[in-house]
Design a protein around this ligand. Structure first.
Ligand SMILES: NC(=O)c1ccc[n+]([C@@H]2O[C@H](COP(=O)([O-])OP(=O)(O)OC[C@H]3O[C@@H](n4cnc5c(N)ncnc54)[C@H](OP(=O)(O)O)[C@@H]3O)[C@@H](O)[C@H]2O)c1
Length: 295
């Protein structure tokens, strides 16, 4: 039986689903988070990684508060760059264990209409994006032969509040909601991402991978589809980003090209509306849940 250590596995949006899917696929799983100790204390971290004796360490821990990162650069840097670097150093010293490090579509920015491939040049435009990109680089420098970087985007799934949940909660309280229409990305279901991550880990697939559901959407389109699937009658009103000021700059177009991963898996990655339907039906309308829908 393969052994996994999932950092963030007890509480994170992705971490919880990844832990559940690993267990369902008969991996032996341990989780590690701040509930166990200070992950930034190198003595603690090293001992925890050594004790776990994991075949694969999945690091889902990150400073994900994109706007707050603008005012907490050092803390964001500690979690998004120093922590993955430290994990990679521990595994290098151990001489065994594969590392899966998660990163983000936000490392891309600017206008454009062509999905970003693994070869596209990053242009981080916020503190969060800069620190995540530095985390990628550190892992690839320290442990290139035993790690992969999985870039994902716009996550929805069970276990922790996300954009889709926020929209569904809002549309149950209000007749109309305003949602930004001029930022376009790749909505992605954590359940699908968990399965793809495990496939990459099982094959020890090194390098960078773009792991997102197929298709693209604006936040407004994602909200419309969520409201419609939830059966609500609320109106979704498109607004410009300038009407919804946020501290950190967001990319106008951060769609990720998933063809490298699709080729690796030997099948297309399912479109986000299909994945969203499964999420909303299983989370909000369980009576509709279709069987065997994962992936
Ligand atoms: N969510 C998205 O839409 C999205 C998009 C692109 C990429 N990603 C990337 O995907 C990965 C997973 O994201 P996610 O959405 O699952 O993240 P999340 O739900 O925000 O979870 C982050 C995890 O990090 C832990 N954490 C935060 N601050 C910590 C600290 N100071 N010390 C120890 N642990 C700390 C959290 O623990 P607590 O529960 O205790 O706070 C939680 O377990 C990240 O690398 C993220 O950058 C996410």
């Amino acid at each position: 039986m393969a052994k996994a250590l999932v950092l963030g596995g007890a509480t994170g949006l992705l971490g919880q689903t990844l832990t559940r899917v690993l267990k369902a696929r008969e991996w032996e799983v341990a989780t590690l988070g701040r509930e166990n100790g200070n992950l930034l204390d190198m003595t603690f971290l090293q001992a925890a990684i050594e004790d776990a004796r994991a075949d694969v360490v999945f690091n889902t821990v990150a400073w994900t508060a994109v706007d707050d990162a603008e005012d907490h650069k050092d803390e964001a840097c500690q979690l998004n760059r120093a922590l993955p670097a430290a994990i990679a150093r521990c595994l290098k010293a151990l001489g065994t264990g594969f590392m899966v490090q998660y990163s983000t579509d936000f490392i891309f920015s600017g206008p454009g209409e062509t999905p970003h491939t693994e070869e596209s040049t990053p242009q981080p435009a916020s503190v969060y994006a800069h620190t995540k990109l530095e985390g990628e680089k550190a892992v690839m420098e320290i442990l290139p032969e035993r790690s992969c970087i999985v870039r994902t985007a716009w996550l929805f799934g069970p276990g922790r509040k996300n954009f889709v949940d926020t929209i569904i909660a809002a549309c149950q309280r209000r007749d109309s909601i305003n949602v930004v229409h001029d930022q376009t990305g790749s909505p992605t279901y954590t359940l699908d991402l968990a399965h793809w991550s495990i496939a990459l880990a099982e094959k020890k697939a090194t390098g960078i991978w773009h792991a997102v559901n197929s298709g693209q959407a604006s936040w407004c389109e994602l909200a419309c589809e969520s409201v419609s699937l939830a059966g609500a009658s609320c109106r979704v009103v498109p607004i410009d980003s300038s009407e919804w000021p946020q501290k950190a700059r967001r990319p106008a177009f951060s769609v990720l090209d998933n063809s490298k991963l699709s080729e690796f898996l030997g099948k297309p990655l399912r479109p986000w509306p299909q994945a969203l339907r499964d999420y909303i039906f299983s989370e909000y309308l369980p009576a509709h849940t279709s069987k065997g829908a994962a992936q």
